[in-house]
Unconditional design. Structure first.
Lengths: 149, 238
């Protein structure tokens, strides 16, 4: 074997080993780094009230109720199977609308209502001009496909 | 491949190519940014903040593409001892780091109005920050080598190791789905409306040409410095 081929083989083995190690590490981390509970995982996780957790999901349509004081709201977060009631006091992000994604930091209250300290809105991967949308602008459930019809 | 290994031949091609890349890059980038800023519709949810995409996405792609280039050049340097490979890897590092930083900054500015936060420790954001730090490490390491233009073997090994992060950035929105949305543009198609997609691709082309021009300029500078150094050494010998 020529020295050049030896070096090529060495580099190939090193790259393969590295990618393998990276993928294994990432896969292992995937199990650990669960970023948030969804309503379904929260329902089965048996989290004690008062423990700081993060909740993620979609804002259920028609569930946002604004209180008379203007800063308190309640809404329901849903995923495929379950729902979770959330209470929040504060200014909501621009993208916080019904049908869009939301990530909330907070804890469960004694009555199993999730009390959020902070709300982050989540945008989906669809980018659609406003003019195309002669539809309900308070909902984010539309994609390019539903709009272009 | 060794046909282009000759630095003299490379310089003959690179010298006339540089101004072409530079001016076409500037024209396309400026055009795309003006188009994006003034002649695209507002987005249904984000409004005008969507226009950051015309800088954010090209910067992200070039930041990642830059390190991919460093890794490929490093392999070529270690295996084939191509005389230009180390020079090109080193030339890519600073523009690559700059684009990674632009991506992080514009992303942060975009995140504040849309998500409600400047920063979250989301998988995509964190792995992109790691890429920026890898660039800084690479720049420090390659500058530490004694030869002016040549890149040390340690830096090349670091360039290859750091490439592990590139697929991690790419997959991060799927593996750790949290704050950052999933990929809009995949091999299967795009979920970005044509009204944004066309200027976005023009912008990507423009920034890429600029990137190429910067790399060629830096490579030519490095080669000139190597020649100066060689001549000084010869003069010192007499």
């Amino acid at each position: 074997m020529k020295p050049k081929h030896q070096r090529l083989l060495l580099a190939a083995i090193a790259v393969c080993a590295l990618i393998g190690a990276g993928l294994i590490a990432a896969a292992a981390l995937r199990e650990e780094a669960s970023y948030f509970y969804t309503p379904t995982t929260l329902a089965s996780a048996n989290v004690a009230p008062g423990k700081a957790i993060r909740l993620g999901g979609m804002v259920q349509k028609g569930s946002i109720v604004r209180a008379a004081d203007g800063v308190s709201i309640t809404f329901t977060v849903q995923d495929k199977d379950k729902t979770q009631k959330v209470a929040y006091r504060g200014i909501t992000p621009d993208l916080f609308v019904e049908g869009s994604g939301v990530v909330a930091d907070g804890r469960l209250g004694p009555d199993r209502v999730f009390i959020a300290d902070s709300l982050l809105a989540k945008h989906d991967e669809n980018y659609v001009p406003k003019e195309l949308a002669d539809i309900d602008m308070t909902s984010a459930e539309h994609t390019k496909d539903t709009l272009s019809k | 491949m060794h046909r282009f290994a000759n630095p003299a031949r490379f310089l003959r091609i690179a010298k006339p190519l540089t101004p072409w890349l530079l001016w076409m890059g500037i024209a396309l980038t400026l055009g795309a940014c003006l188009w994006g800023a003034f002649f695209t519709p507002t987005e249904r949810l984000m409004g005008d903040t969507v226009k950051i995409i015309f800088v954010h996405v090209p910067a992200a792609w070039l930041g990642m593409g830059g390190w991919t280039g460093i890794a490929i050049a490093s392999i070529i340097q270690l295996v084939w001892r191509h005389p230009l490979a180390g020079v090109s890897a080193r030339a890519i590092a600073v523009p690559g780091a700059t684009f990674a930083a632009i991506c992080l900054i514009t992303g942060s500015i975009w995140g504040r109005p849309t998500w409600g936060t400047w920063w979250v420790w989301d998988g995509r954001l964190t792995s992109m920050l790691v890429l920026f730090f890898l660039y800084l490490g690479y720049i420090a390491l390659s500058n530490a080598s004694s030869e002016k233009g040549d890149t040390s073997r340690v830096a090349a090994v670091f360039g290859i190791i750091g490439a592990v992060n590139i697929p991690i950035i790419n997959r991060s929105v799927i593996w750790w789905e949290s704050q950052h949305q999933k990929a809009s543009i995949t091999l299967g198609g795009s979920s970005i409306d044509q009204a944004y997609l066309v200027p976005l691709f023009v912008s990507v082309a423009g920034f890429s040409l600029l990137f190429g021009a910067l790399v060629l300029m830096r490579m030519r500078t490095a080669l000139a410095e190597m020649r100066i150094e060689a001549r000084m050494r010869r003069m010192a010998d007499y």
